[in-house]
Design a protein around this ligand. Sequence first.
Ligand SMILES: [Cu+2]
Length: 230
Amino acid sequence: MLSFRSVPGIGALLLLAACGSTGSPASGTSVAITATDTACQVAKTELQAGQTTFSVTNNGNQVTEVYVYGEQDGAYTKVVSEVENIGPGTSRDMQVNLGGGTYEVACKPGQTGDGVRTKITVAGAAAKQQEEAYDREVEVEATDHALEGLSSFTAKTGEKIEFKLENKGTTEHELEIFTPDGKEAGEVAPVKPGATGEAVITLTVPGTYSYKCGIGDHAGKGLKGTFTVS
Ligand SMILES: [Cu+2]
C-alpha cells in the first residue's frame, strides 16, 4: 500500500503537475482524488485555506467513500466532510471550506473501516466552525439476529455522531435510537441487504439510550440494545 505520508517527494511532484490544470477559477481550488481498492491518491496535499472541491474518481472494484478528517484530541476523527456511495468507474465531487491546519483524507473501499489515509496541510487562517462537521462516526452492522457495533459505544453529552448502518442480513433493517426518556432521537431509515445507510444524531442529554430495528419483530429476534451517554 502506497502512502504519501511516507513519500513526501511524490506529493510535491503531483502538486506541480496539478497547478497547470486547475479548473473553475471562481469557486476556489479543485483537487483530484483517485481511489482504488488499496490506494487513495490526493493530487495536491498542500493547499490554501478556503473553498475546495475534491473530485473523486473511483478506479476500484468496490463502492467507495471519501472523508476529510480534522484533528481532535490528537487523532484525526472529526469528520469535516464526506462523500459516499461512489460506484466503481464513477466520479463525485465533495465541496468543503477548509480552514488552516492539518487534515487526513480517507478513501474507504467497501465503505467500511478507517480507510486508506493521506495527510494534507492547509495554509491560512483556522476555521471558525466547520459547518457540516460532526464529531465521530460509529459503524453498526445488522444481521438478521443482531445489531453489532454499539455494545462498547459510549459518548459525551452533546456529541454529534454519525451512525452508519451496514446491512449484512437477508432482509431490510433499520436503526432507531431513543433518548433515556423514550423519545426518538433519530434513525437510520430502512436499508436493503448489502447496502449502507447513515444518520447524524446529536446526543443532547445524558443517560441510557436504547436502539432497535423497528421492522416487524426484529427487535424480538435480537436487533436491539442500549448505550450510555455521560
Ligand atoms: Cu430489522
